[in-house]
Design a protein around this ligand. Structure first.
Ligand code: EPZ
Length: 466
């Protein structure tokens, strides 16, 4: 079997001195002279007003892209978000022989009939969690796969024991060697699998492998997130036989072959929720369009509780924040509970509310790392274990802050939009993993935000905003 070599077209490659980077995607070179990364410069104080179009769901897209490798026929995927994580996964797929044709920014045609390698060992792919979806997809189709142990946002321990348990239950051998997860099976046989924790990733991975196993599989205590349902719908559109996705028992009858399909990815629940909270925090009036309001129920419910008006229509939700924000208590839970991916955004809002709020993080143990940054902007938050106790402050003030991960990064941008004065957010590469054109969409709602590359650009921004 061929071993994958790092492809120079894929990502930034630093030379030994670390002074020159080659952008493999664009083929351009850039010299890092002192200013190593892009930042967001924000002048707070403007209420966000207007309409914003929500893109395809990143976490559904990642699963669906991987699943598209399970057929030799061509698959057309629409409403694909153009974000860093999907680009990285596509590059990994291309590196094993999958042909991906971009029809336009949000549409790709995928043909996986010429896969020449089942090993995905790439420095960049390690950085995205969803790289491990290629395990379930390739194991299902080829009975073998080797993928670098995944990374992803640094929000907690993130074990993969439930994925391994599921693959083993289907008859696969799984071992971890030299940083790779290696899984292979003579034959994959359907089985009854009870997941010990509700895991989106394990549900998705096991569902993909079981879709092409022999016989019936039942996944109990399955995750019910919208992207789990979207993947099941996509696999079914390719000829799989999956029932019960969206409930905690998923029943799968394995099929020998999957065929081509045309599929549109659902809207991103978390991107929508982030803009809804941006409206709340900036005392704005924002309509998020191209959404499925049902997926936003737990988010809308909390916004109503803290005093916002929320109007739903068929495929849009309008949030108006005319009154001061009130306090509330929140516990993150698997869907349909309040999403962990919205926890930093609601904390930013509660940090400006009247009264004391308690936010309990029950999914990831290390997801309050951004609180130090928010404190530097004037928030009164005490973290004890997995609980944040928030005493609402009157205002935030602009500061230089660092995005510790994707969702916390987006939440800090929102804090900056509400703060007095200028904020500079570092490490926006995390935000770009999951938000397409974040600053451009915010600008269209009246936000004063720019992406800056150099100290000079930052000074120019400061002069512009006064
Ligand atoms: C998915 O991560 C999402 N990522 C995350 O989105 C999201 O925060 C998370 O689900 C929860 O909704 C993708 O879809 C690519 P889990 P995943 O397996 O699948 C424990 C974002 O910002 N667990 O549902 O990794 C785990 O430690 C991101 O877009 C095990 O114990 O999450 C956690 O406590 C970040 N063993 C809980 O389950 C396992 O084998 C839920 O994790 C697997 C998970």
């Amino acid at each position: 079997m061929l071993k994958l070599c790092r492809n120079r077209r894929h990502g930034w490659i630093l030379n030994r001195s670390g002074s020159r980077a080659v952008c493999a995607v664009s083929g351009q070179e850039s010299l890092n002279r002192g200013y190593a990364m892009e930042q967001y410069a924000i002048k707070g104080g403007n209420p966000l007003v207007g309409e914003v179009e929500i893109g395809g769901a990143k976490n559904a897209a990642l699963a669906i892209l991987a699943a598209a490798t399970m057929t030799d026929e061509t698959v057309l995927i629409e409403n694909l978000p153009d974000v860093r994580d999907t680009k990285v996964l596509i590059q990994a797929m291309e590196s094993i022989g999958v042909i991906v044709n971009r029809i336009d920014r949000h549409t790709v045609k995928i043909n996986a009939s010429h896969i020449h390698d089942l090993t995905i060992e790439d420095d960049y792919i390690k950085k995205i969690r969803a790289s491990y979806y290629l395990l379930g997809a390739l194991l299902g189709k080829y009975r073998k796969a080797e993928v670098s142990l995944p990374g992803g946002c640094n929000i907690g321990l993130r074990p993969i024991d439930q994925h391994i348990k599921g693959f083993r239950a289907l008859g696969a051998n799984v071992r971890i060697e030299h940083g790779l997860i290696i899984t292979e099976a003579e034959e994959l046989r359907g089985n009854h699998i009870y997941l010990d924790v509700v895991s989106v990733g394990a549900t998705i991975n096991v569902m993909m492998a079981a879709a092409m196993a022999t016989g019936k599989t039942t996944i109990e205590n399955a995750a019910k997130e919208p992207h789990v349902v979207d993947l099941a719908n996509f696999l079914n559109s390719m000829g799989a036989d999956i029932k019960g996705a969206g409930t905690d028992v998923i029943r799968i009858k394995g099929v020998a072959k999957l065929h081509g399909s045309e599929y549109t990815i659902i809207p991103d629940q978390i991107e929508a929720g982030t803009f809804m909270f941006a409206a709340a925090v900036t005392k704005g009036d924002v309509t998020v369009k191209n959404v499925i309001p049902k997926h936003l129920e737990s988010i809308s419910a909390k916004l109503l509780e803290i005093g916002c008006e929320v109007e739903e229509s068929d495929d849009a939700v309008r949030v108006v924040a005319a009154k001061p924000l009130g306090h509330t208590h929140v516990k993150t839970l698997p869907y349909p509970g309040f999403p962990t991916d919205m926890q930093p955004q609601i904390v930013v809002a509660l940090g400006l509310s009247t009264g004391t709020s308690i936010v309990t993080e029950s999914i990831f143990e290390n997801r309050f790392k951004y609180v130090d940054e928010l404190t530097r902007m004037g928030a009164n938050i005490k973290v004890e274990g997995n609980t944040a106790i928030i005493d609402g402050a009157e205002r935030y003030t602009g500061a230089s802050i660092t995005a510790p991960d994707l969702r916390a990064g987006a939440a800090l941008v929102i804090a900056g939009l509400a703060a007095e004065g200028v904020s500079v957010v570092d490490d926006i590469k995390f935000i770009e993993r999951g938000y397409e054109d974040f600053h451009i969409k915010l600008q269209s709602l009246g936000a004063q935000i720019d992406k800056v590359n150099t100290e000079r650009e930052l000074q120019k921004f400061k002069l512009k905003v006064g």
